[in-house]
Design a binder for this molecule. Structure first.
Ligand code: GDP
Length: 453
């Protein structure tokens, strides 16, 4: 029998939630909560809010609040649960929690409610991981993708593929166990069709991780350009507010300035950098070195050029740094007469966008282009994007083993060879649903959660 746990589940709002789960959850809440209608909470209907008062171990009133009992198995954890909806001050909530502790309840560990939900079969491991994504989502789109995954957008197709492979392996086992009988060639044909379909699906899912990670974490993006090209002005225009210091003194931005900018479904983690140029100032040079290092690690470079000036040697540093990267050339100061000759830029960049960071002209084109460039243009996010590195790795492994089984099935190898690789794929898929995952992995996954979830 599991012990009973409790935690404060809300942060800083006017209403605070204390959640209790375990065999003694309802009993403990009965002991600390007195319903205004005079009835015991043990008789309260499940999932119905009851108004009353919360009391400490000495019987003193802590709060007037709501309580609700949730009877197993129809609860989040699958265990008996109860919740107290209190006033949100830390003083009230910690006293409420302590009142429960005096009833033999203990503090829940990070992710322990969801871990219990997983262990009690209320959700698969990929659904539990999506709960964490949902709590930490930084954009509405990332939240939507995660919510769909909580509802099984990853777990269900993976479970289905796993079940189909298990069915196929069972057929092969029957053949392997009776080696004297002729093997029906249809068995190999059916297996090949299934393995072909499954391999493609698995690779597609594994490959969606690149976009999924961007959806969850944002895309690291660097603004590069010579001093005074308008990098800080561009960052401010992207942000819609003054953040970087804008001056006409070259070399003002010496360190890196990092900001999150939402562009459609895309979260850009933009770093403004020191202007690239030859300098004798060691502090400025240090800033330029950091800008260079940042650029080599980022996924997108916004290379800013001053359209009102001819290209100069400092711009060549920007061209060199952008080479081999996903990059956009931005010709800034388009409100001024154009002096810059685009020919050289066209040789280096696939995408060139004239803008005026100062007036906002051309920004629409830039903002439409960026999500397209990253592969996250507006579209339905139905949970299909894999956002989790562990799941992506398991999917890739499953795809490889499926492909190997397909090769075995189509190249006249023995049934054992097909079975061995298919079982490898089944095990890898089980790591996603949680069926074949180790205790250590489960512990690591839930330790990333916050307390109270
Ligand atoms: P950085 O050194 O590249 O960060 O450049 P800043 O953003 O500090 O801008 C340098 C100067 O160029 C400032 O005086 C800005 O007001 C000016 N500037 C930036 N963008 C534009 C623009 O689109 N049009 C015009 N006319 N001036 C701009």
């Amino acid at each position: 029998m599991n012990d009973t746990i409790a935690a404060i589940c809300s942060a800083g709002g006017p209403i605070g939630l204390i959640r209790v789960s375990g065999e003694r959850a309802i009993e403990a809440v009965c002991a600390v909560f007195r319903a205004k209608n005079g009835k015991s909470m043990s008789e309260a209907p499940t999932q119905k809010l009851v108004y009353g008062t919360l009391h400490d171990a000495m019987g003193r009133m802590i709060d007037c609040c709501y309580a609700v009992v949730l009877r197993a198995p129809h609860t989040y954890t699958g265990e008996p649960m109860a919740e107290l909806q209190c006033h949100g001050s830390t003083a009230v909530l910690t006293q409420g929690l302590e009142a429960l502790f005096s009833q033999g309840v203990r503090q829940a560990e990070a992710g322990e409610f969801t871990r219990r939900a997983f262990l009690n079969g209320k959700m698969g491991l990929s659904e539990a991981e999506a709960v964490h994504d949902l709590i930490t989502a930084r954009t509405a789109e990332a939240a939507r993708n995660a919510a769909a995954q909580v509802m099984g957008a990853v777990g269900s197709p993976v479970q289905q593929m796993r079940d189909e492979l298990i069915g196929m392996v069972a057929h092969f086992h029957a053949v392997v166990d009776f080696p004297d009988e002729d093997i029906d060639p249809v068995l190999f044909d059916d297996a090949a069709a299934l393995l072909h379909r499954t391999t493609s699906r698995l690779y597609a899912m594994a490959e969606s991780y690149e976009r999924g990670r961007i959806l969850r974490e944002g895309v690291p993006c660097v603004i590069l350009g010579r001093p005074n090209a308008g990098k800080s002005t561009l960052l401010n225009t992207l942000l819609g507010r003054e953040r970087a210091i804008v001056t006409n003194i070259p070399g003002t931005t010496r360190d890196l300035i990092e900001e999150n900018v939402k562009v459609g479904q895309l979260l850009l983690r933009v770093t403004d950098t020191a202007g690239l140029r030859d300098t004798n100032d060691p502090v400025e040079q240090a800033g330029i070195d950091r800008a260079m290092a940042e650029a080599s690690a980022c996924s997108l470079i916004l290379a800013v050029f001053d359209g009102s000036q001819p290209l100069n040697e400092d711009d060549m540093l920007v061209l060199a740094r952008s080479a081999g990267h996903r990059a956009v050339a931005i010709i800034n100061k388009d409100d001024l007469p154009r002096v810059l000759d685009e020919k050289l830029l066209k040789k280096h960049f696939l995408h060139i966008v004239p803008i005026s960071a100062k007036t906002g002209e051309g920004m629409d084109r830039l903002l439409t282009l960026l999500p397209r460039l990253i592969g996250l243009e507006d579209g339905a996010l139905d949970g299909a994007l894999i956002t989790n590195a562990r799941q992506a790795a398991a999917l890739a492994r499953a795809a490889e083993r499926c492909e190997a089984a397909l090769y075995a099935a189509t190249s006249g190898m023995t049934p054992d060879a097909v079975v061995m690789d298919a079982e490898g794929a089944i095990a890898a898929l089980g790591e996603i649903t949680g069926e074949t995952v180790t205790e250590a992995v489960v512990t690591r996954i839930f330790s990333d959660f916050c307390v109270g979830k």
